[in-house]
Design a protein around this ligand. Structure first.
Ligand code: ZN
Length: 303
């Protein structure tokens, strides 16, 4: 499928974001916390992102309009999608999985710090931050408004391929120019934590019972985190879907931010199939809840 983004949609996505967003912030209550063995996983809602069909070109179609209208939304969107980070507690230790947008994507976001405070956690108490990838809605929250490190004691853990991609002048030169702000944010994050970046490669143990699971395509080093405790499992799958409404029934619909759309589709189908087969409980950065995956018609459903 070709999902070559229009210049207009890329500009809308990168210059960010319609002020209408502010009206969306009271929708979709935050679910959780979830317990998996000795771990407690608490979703932290950073804000709601207004996903336009122009950002998922295949959704600008009869099938996409029908799904949006069926959910009580305008046929042309937007579909308000959550942006989450996750606090993971293990005893008295705090780990963050992603950090939300911070101030880099305009008003309507930057609620992760307040959500942490509501959990009784200060940024300087966070020891470790696992990053699903370096897109601005996941890593922008690592920065203060002046682009310093917001988490002054934390080590960042991410895939080597992710660091390499966003540091690569050639990758930047060959990406659409309108995506330069994504590179700016990723590079600012890497610069703000110069001696506190741990690069991992492939499927790696992050902590006892917790594994990084490479899920490439959306970005080269995109990864999920699989938490296992005996028969209990929870997969936090990063950006495998940006819209439950649109992509669960249509796993081949891609977003304009996918670095490699074909690989993103293959990875999405592979992990959806695995989750359905193994009965994995899943949640994600753009899901409002956790659930289990079932096969449904030509696609899948989250129950
Ligand atoms: Zn995202």
């Amino acid at each position: 499928m070709s999902s070559r983004p229009s210049r207009r949609s890329l500009l809308a996505a990168s210059a960010l974001l319609p002020l209408g967003l502010c009206g969306l912030t009271t929708a979709a209550p935050v679910a959780g916390p979830y317990r998996v063995g000795a771990l407690t996983v608490t979703p932290l809602r950073d804000g709601l992102f207004p996903l336009e069909p122009s950002m998922m070109p295949s959704a600008d179609s009869t099938a996409g309009h029908a799904l949006l209208q069926g959910a009580g939304l305008p046929a042309n969107g937007p579909s308000p999608e959550p942006v989450n980070a996750f606090l993971i507690r293990h005893g008295d230790r705090y780990v963050l999985l992603d950090a939300g947008c911070g101030t880099v994507l305009g008003p309507g976001f930057n609620r992760v710090t307040a959500a942490l405070a509501a959990e009784g956690v200060r940024p300087d108490q966070v020891e470790t931050i696992w990053l699903s990838h370096l897109h601005a809605d996941h890593a922008g929250g690592l920065l203060t408004p002046s682009r310093g490190a917001r988490f002054v004691n934390a080590e960042l853990v991410l895939q080597e391929r992710e660091v390499a991609y966003w540091s690569d002048a050639g990758a930047r030169a060959s990406a659409p120019a309108a995506l330069s702000p994504m590179f700016d944010t990723a590079q600012a994050v890497l610069a703000a934590y110069p001696d506190r970046i741990r690069r991992i490669s492939g499927e790696t143990e992050l902590a006892p019972g917790v594994h990084a699971l490479p899920l490439p395509g959306h970005t080269p080093g995109h990864m999920g985190v699989l938490i296992t405790d005996g028969p209990e499992q929870l997969l936090i799958w990063g950006d495998i879907v940006h819209s439950r409404l649109l992509q669960m029934p249509h796993p081949d619909w891609t977003v304009i931010w996918d670095t490699d759309p074909a690989q993103a589709i293959a990875t999405r189908r592979q992990i959806l199939d695995r989750a359905a087969t193994e009965g994995l409980s899943v949640t994600g950065m753009h899901l409002a809840a956790r659930g289990r995956i079932e096969r449904a018609d030509a696609g899948y459903a989250l129950r």
